[in-house]
Each structure stands twice: as C-alpha cells, then as structure tokens.
Design a protein around this ligand. Structure first.
Ligand code: SF4
Length: 469
C-alpha cells in the first residue's frame, strides 16, 4: 500500500479529482504526513487543455485534450472529466489496479447513461471507452435502465411524497444516517410527530392548489415502525386514500408485530422493507441489531400472509463476515423469495461506530467477490436489477443494487434515484426536489430532529416558496 500526501496547487475541481485518488484506497492512502507526494496542475493554452501530474514515486505524466471553451458549461464538464480520466490512467498504471467504475465517480451511473443516450451517444460504448468502466458494470447499469422502462416517471407534474422518521430501536454499528435511538428522544417525539402531521396537511394543501399529481409515498428512516402503532397510524391515516404505491420501511424485525402489520394494511400501505442485513445470528449481535434470525422469518411470514410486497436488504462486507457467511445470507433471502432484494455494499462514513472503533476499510476483504456471488445467484433465481447508486467510502468501490422479480419494481426508488420526478420531503433531513424539464432544484430540511422542531415555521415557509403555493 502506498501513502502519499496530496499537493494541491489549485482548488478548481478539487473534490472531483481528489475523489479519484480516494477511490484507489486501500491501494493508495492519502496521508498528510507522508514524505511522498502526488500533485497535478493544469492550464488552457492555444485551444488545448493540459494536465501535468507529478509524483515522488512514479515521476511525471503529461496529457492534453483539445477543448472548445466557447460553451462555458460544456468546457467545465469536459475539463473535469479529462482531469479525472488522466489521474485515473496515471494511478491505475502505476498501482497496477483497475477499478470497476474506472474514472466514473458520482452517485448515479444510470442517470449518466440516460444523459448520454439523450445526447445521441451509444451509452455502453461511451462508458467503456471514455470512463473505463468495466464491461460487467456497464451491463449492470444497462440492465437497471432497461428495467425502469414503463415505470420511470415522464409526467412533468408528478410529485412523490417522502417522510423521514429518523429514529431506531438501537444504532447499528455501521450506521451513518442521522437516526437517533428512540429512548433518547422520548420527550420530543410527540412534538416531532405533530410537526410531521402538519407537514402532511401542508402537502395536501400543495396538491389542491397546484396541478401536481402524487405518484408514490415513501415513509423512510430510521425505522418508522419503532414509534409504535398509534403514533404511526396518525401519520398514515391522512395518506391512506391515495391508492398508490405506498411504502413503509419496517426495517427492523424487532419493531414488527402482527398488529403493526394489520394497521399498515388498513392504511393501504402496499410495500414494506424487512431488512435482515444478514442471516447469521453472530453478525446481527456484532452489528448491534436487537433481533434474531428467527424474528426475520416470523415477520416475513406474517407480511406475506397479509399480502405486502416485501423488500429485504442485505449488506456485503459486514464486520467479521466471511465470503461464506454472506453467501449463506443471499441463499436464505432467495429461499424466502421476497419481491425485492437489495444488495448494499458496506459504506463506512464519519459517525459510524465502527469507524470510531478503528475499523479499517481494507480489513473487509474481497467484497467484489461477495457481490458477484449475490448478483449471479439473484439473476439465476429470476431476479433482475432495476436501480442502483454508489456512495463514497464503499468497500471495494462498489455499489448498492435493488433487484426485483415479477414486475415488482418500486416506483419511488426509481424516480428518486433518477431524479425523474419532484419530491416533497417532510421531516428532519428530508430533501425536496423540484424537477422542471431538465432543471433540478433541491431544498434540504435540517438534519437534526431537534433543529427541525425548533425551525419548523421557517421550514414550512421555505417549502411553500420553493414549491410556489
Ligand atoms: S436500522 Fe438503519 S437507520 Fe437505523 S441504526 Fe440501523 S442502519 Fe441506522
């Protein structure tokens, strides 16, 4: 493993270019105290954009691209792409490592695929030639796009509703969401729910005053079911008459009872997530989840009996899990045959307990092999991928992929990930999006639930301004 300090003479495009160096972790670690350096500078001269990469370990490298700088927006786009491409080539050659996504960074590879197609490119060839994405990943991206057809939103007046309930019974040790353990919020919980209820009333007001059409509802978190039947019922009942795709993340089996599921059904919830993450008991304990493998089976059976479409999340790269452990979980999930299985690759960010405990990304082993097993097993069992996204600090630079069977794609997941529909976000950390043609605007609610409560009046006003009602 090589340690280098980054020498950065220019702040332009810094985040994007730095991301490439970071993607080579654990083969390359950025260390401000290293005696070895890696740097780059660039300039535009006589119609050419030139980059010079220099390093103490591998010498210098120069590259040049002819770019027309008449169109400022395109100029910026291509220079950024070129810088990333050059640094990727340099590091890939000197470290002897090819990354699955080549020089492609960013959360939404499928969105780029759509953009390339719209601009008349052969998206698959372009991703391979220009971004050096592996053929295997290009197929995954293309399959997701193919499986979104007929479901992805095309109505410019569409809006999805997202409500965040950022509380959980306990905190998983890899969690970097804003979720707080329920016992810590007992005093403020009622106030938070009251504010969310008022947000729902405001959303209905928005629908009646504008020509927006609601297309899906998603209650996420956290674990919304941890707040209990009565409280959750007060939030869901004003939404129960829309007759749409209506998802509640039930997530943790220790929050699900038959009565809870019946209440969800009575409110016309159509989809729930029951997230095992792993079917290995020792792992569940290690990652801080307060439920057993048996609980997962019981909840799933009850949910199927009541006719829910069920998604199950699994995570590759969990602490202490071997390749065999993960494959066992995949096989168990497939045996249950839920409508959706989502494979997440562990992503360690600031705020996760295991980072704080000194866990290192490199110790997670060969996650790519685990994901390959999962994808092959899912394809063989008749599942197809339909949405995907990438996060920073993901083990082996991989991705999260949602699989479906029997036409059970989740519309909300597609529209949210492709940013193909507006979203009205309620609750702490919820993001509202306004899609107008190719223009996208975002409005984020404060992340902390206490701040959300304290600032509710200005949040409501900002939202009304943002959506113009
Ligand atoms: S269930 Fe999800 S949101 Fe809650 S602590 Fe675990 S990872 Fe975080």
């Amino acid at each position: 493993m090589h340690r280098v300090r980054l020498e950065i003479p220019c702040e332009n495009y810094l985040n994007d270019v730095q991301d490439i160096a970071r993607e080579f972790s654990p083969y390359l670690e950025i260390d401000a105290d290293s005696p070895h350096f890696l740097g780059w500078n660039f300039c535009y001269q006589d119609g050419n954009f030139n980059i010079n990469i220099y390093s103490s370990n591998w010498g210098d490298y120069k590259d040049s691209l002819k770019i027309d700088n008449d169109d400022e927006l395109l100029y910026k786009k291509y220079t950024k792409r070129f810088l990333k491409h050059s640094l990727y080539k340099f590091l890939s050659k000197n470290l002897g490592v090819k990354l699955p996504y080549g020089s492609l960074t960013g959360v939404r590879p499928t969105k780029l695929y759509y953009e390339l197609t719209e601009r008349g490119y052969q998206a698959e060839e372009y991703l391979i030639d220009e971004f050096m994405v592996s053929k295997q990943k290009v197929k995954l991206i293309a399959d997701c796009v193919k499986n979104q057809q007929g479901i992805i939103n095309t109505n410019k007046n569409a809006v999805a509703l997202f409500i965040n309930i950022p509380f959980c019974p306990t905190r998983c040790n890899y969690c970097s969401f804003i979720s707080t353990e329920l016992f810590r919020v007992q005093k403020e919980l009622h106030k938070y729910i009251d504010n969310v209820q008022a947000g729902i009333a405001d959303f209905k007001n928005f629908l009646s005053k504008t020509n927006h059409k609601i297309t899906s509802i998603y209650i996420g978190g956290g674990t919304p079911t941890c707040i209990g039947i009565d409280m959750l019922n007060t939030l869901l009942s004003p939404l129960s008459d829309f007759g749409l795709e209506f998802t509640v993340e039930a997530g943790r089996p220790d929050t699900i009872t038959k009565e809870m599921l019946i209440m969800l059904k009575q409110n016309n919830v159509t989809r729930i997530s029951i997230n095992p993450q792993s079917f290995n008991q020792k792992t569940l304990q290690k990652i801080g989840r307060n439920h057993t493998v048996d609980d997962i089976h019981k909840c799933y059976d009850m949910a199927k009996e009541l006719g829910f479409v069920v998604n199950m999340d699994l995570i590759s790269g969990l602490q202490g899990e071997s390749y065999q452990d993960f494959c066992y979980s995949v096989d168990q999930a497939i045996l249950l045959n839920p409508s959706n299985i989502t494979i997440h690759t562990l992503s360690i960010k600031r705020g996760a307990k295991i980072t704080q405990e000194g866990e290192k990304k490199k110790e997670f082993g060969n996650i790519a092999k685990m994901n390959n097993y999962a994808y092959n097993a899912l394809y063989s069992a008749g599942y197809q991928p339909y949405y995907m996204y990438r996060q920073k600090n993901t083990a082996d630079n991989l991705e999260n992929v949602g699989f479906f069977r029997d036409n059970c794609q989740c519309k909300y997941n597609i529209d949210m990930m492709e940013e193909s529909s507006s979203i009205f976000g309620i609750g702490a950390g919820a993001m509202s999006k306004k899609v107008t043609g190719s223009r996208l605007e975002r409005l984020a609610n404060p992340k902390g639930f206490r701040e959300y409560i304290d600032r509710i009046n200005s949040i409501v006003q900002n939202k009304r301004q943002f959506f113009n009602f």
